[in-house]
Design a protein around this ligand. Structure first.
Ligand code: UP6
Length: 265
């Protein structure tokens, strides 16, 4: 899987949205996902405007935003269209299907109406994917939607073991949900083998190390070449830079160069 180009893998993807993401990465030449972990709507929009040209996806935690409004979503969608990136709401759903379907489609945020992609834990089993699908109402069901399933975490001391990882892989690759699962959030190339799925890897920073709350970082080159990341997620590496636009360009360049090297060998 990790030796194939994104163009080839676009043709192997089973969901139209995954194909679209692979193609977007290949044409825009970026495998950078920016984690926009800011608490003011305007700050997220400003960041998205500045870094938009360098990213394939913007990752949100909508429940961090203090002044959330429908206007924010309208504006975010406009910026996403202008700069050609997808929106991933990192909700990390983890409940029974019936609850998840409501959390996805209803409430204040109506995530299913605007997020191209979401994340979910595999802890509840396959029903979590079915619950998400059930959360798409008639209107949203016509839009392209997908989920990334968590099979590993970057947090130090997390409880995920080999068996959990293997079983998560099965949920992602087997069964009838290939049209909805876009990939896996994980830390190693052994998480799954299917070339039609995308590996999303957080915990990426030029200065590797650990933060004071257990987040573990590896360099862009390490996550792409040694850990099998197809897309690297970068938050504070960019957010805390003096110039976010310049930092986004640097991360894009380094992640992309690592990918080119990986597929050329
Ligand atoms: N994230 C992780 N590790 C995981 C899963 N998700 O860090 O295993 C998410 C966090 C955060 C981003 O929720 O939004 O990726 C990482 O941000 P950082 O680069 O600022 O640490």
């Amino acid at each position: 899987r990790t030796k194939l180009t994104y163009e080839i893998r676009a043709n192997l993807a089973k969901s139209p949205l995954t194909k679209r993401l692979f193609t977007l990465m290949a044409t825009k030449k970026t495998n950078l996902c920016l984690a926009a972990d800011l608490s003011k709507a305007d700050d997220v929009l400003d960041l998205a405007n500045k870094c938009g040209p360098y990213i394939c996806m913007l990752k949100t935690h909508v429940d961090i935003i203090e002044d959330f409004s429908e206007a924010f979503i309208t504006n975010l969608k406009t910026v996403a269209k202008k700069h050609n990136f997808l929106i991933l709401e990192d909700r990390k759903f983890a409940d029974i299907g019936n609850t998840v379907s409501q959390q996805y489609g209803k409430g204040m945020y109506k995530i299913a109406s605007w997020a191209n992609l979401v994340t979910a834990h595999t802890l509840p089993g396959r029903s979590i994917v079915q619950g998400l699908k059930a959360g798409l109402n008639n209107d949203n069901a016509r839009k392209e939607r997908g989920v990334f399933l968590l099979a590993e975490m970057s947090a130090k001391g997390n409880l995920i073991d080999e068996k959990y990882k293997e079983r998560s892989n099965k949920i992602a690759t087997e069964g009838g949900d290939a049209d909805f699962v876009s990939g896996v959030v994980c830390q190693s190339s052994t998480c799954f083998g299917s070339p039609g799925l995308i590996q999303l890897t957080p915990g990426v920073k030029i200065d590797e190390g650990v933060d004071n709350l257990g987040q573990q970082y590896e360099t862009p080159e390490h996550v792409v070449k040694e850990r099998g990341a197809d897309i690297g997620i970068v938050g504070r590496g960019i957010l805390q830079a003096a110039n976010v636009e310049k930092a986004a360009a640097t991360y894009r360049d380094r992640l992309w160069a690592a990918y080119l090297e990986r597929v050329s060998k």
